[in-house]
Design a protein around this ligand. Sequence first.
Ligand code: NOJ
Length: 567
Amino acid sequence: MNEDLLHKKTIRMVATLVVLGSLSIAALAQARSESVDAAGHQWWQNGVFYEIYPRSFADSNNDGVGDLNGITSKLDYLKDLGVDAIWITPCFPSPQIDFGYDVSDYLNIDPMYGTLADFDKLASEAQKRNIRIILDFVVNHTSDQHPWFLDSKSSRTSTHRDWYIWRDGKGPGQPPNNWVSVFGGSAWKFDPTTNQYYYHYFYPQQPDLNWRNPAVKETMFDMTRFWYKRGVSGFRLDAVDALFEDPNLTDNPIIKPGRNAFGDPFEKNKYNSKLPEVHDVLRGLRKVADEYNAVLIGETWTADIAELNQYYGKGNELQLPMDFLFTTVNKLSPSEFRKQIAAINVASGWPTFVISNHDIARSYDRYGDGKHNDEIAKLMAALYLTLRGTPIMYYGEEIGMKTTPPTRKEDVRDPIGRKGWPKEKGRDGERTPMQWNSDENAGFTTGKPWLPVPATYKTHNVAVESKDPTSVLAFYKQVLRFRHTNAALLDGDYQAIDESDTNVLAYLRTYKDQSVVIALNMSGTPQKLALAVGTSAKPLVATTDSLARGSKISLAPYGVFIGQIEK
Ligand code: NOJ
């Protein structure tokens, strides 16, 4: 079968599935109207997003791994918390080498997580609660077990040969160039069946798709249509930077002497990352998304805002490229945060804030000092939930879950942790099971959890914190409730106050004649902040011992005060 024919066949197959899917869930796949608020903001600008790592959220069948029915059972919790959209990291069939980021079928659900019927149930239950579903689209690579790759590797003339990147080595035992995988070792793997190397930016089990092949592009675009028709409101696009490689395979420059945790040289990914062609693909994906009023979120690691701006395109690429620059501020430094906020405020699109995710240590202990971690967790919540932009929460952040990395190499599940041990312990620490209650395994499962539950689950869990009005969870709920109803927080401009203060980060959010002040004490000593003469602030949300008297705000160590400005 020639490529064209096969491509047409694939499209037909996808189209049939789409039709079948849309028939069975016709009611669900309603076109959502383009409703905007008074300031013209769309649902994804006002919404609060919440990332769920499905292996670790809730296990309905007690096999030790979370699943879709588990998520469905927690929708009321999410609604009550104040979540408008959940982003579920990959739940498609996968050999789980990279825990789902190695997809072997884009149009189904991994049996470990349930079935398409379970997905439909989740989607319809979520819709009843007005919670949208965002899926994770792994665009750069597939699993090496995907039928496309199995066919691709079978012979040099196979139909899917050109769906991946195959090259001859430089010489016997020598890969085509010096590119190293971000997960360690050469980015090329020799395959003896056809005596060529294939390229993998991540694990060898994650061969890169060849996005220069139009059949790949069209087929992948259709994959998104399938899910939009099934009621999905958007995608988080995985590793978008890595879609294209220099066709001449120019060697990457070495930027400093020495070796990284995997024993590889320090390379700049000049010729295999952030190539301009990426933006053609983003524009294409956006066109499809626009057919469904869907949102595209990008995993966009950038050096600065100028680089981040490129992902908005001319308003025709990603609506929500994640601003990871916030996660590079790893200490409570008002001046550093001020700088980052000022920078993103003049970005060419809507800001997207992230403070934790499944690849980086949790914010709780990244910022925590070991003594005031709960207070600091509230402070960080107040920060990213009151800025102008869309926050993406990470499950467990709202209860103060702690990064808990394995202590022994033999316990590591994430392959990069095994490969890089002990320098690189992998990402298990930020992926531990959600802590629901004080029962065994924190109420996540009655089976053996796939990762151990951190010892902190006795004090930091949903049940215990729901009863404590001073808990991290109670604080998150308060701020989120207020964020959903206060026009200044939803739509207001940002204006820094007292930019020379080295302890307090303070700002105003103003919409029309309404202003809210947010004052965050990033130090361990009490602090004061003076508002403009003649103004005072009525408390809206404040932590213990933080208050306003006249135009003076007093903040307890790591205290938060959020108040309505009155004149
Ligand atoms: C980024 C994902 O967030 C990460 O978890 C994954 O390992 C890589 N992309 C490869 O897909």
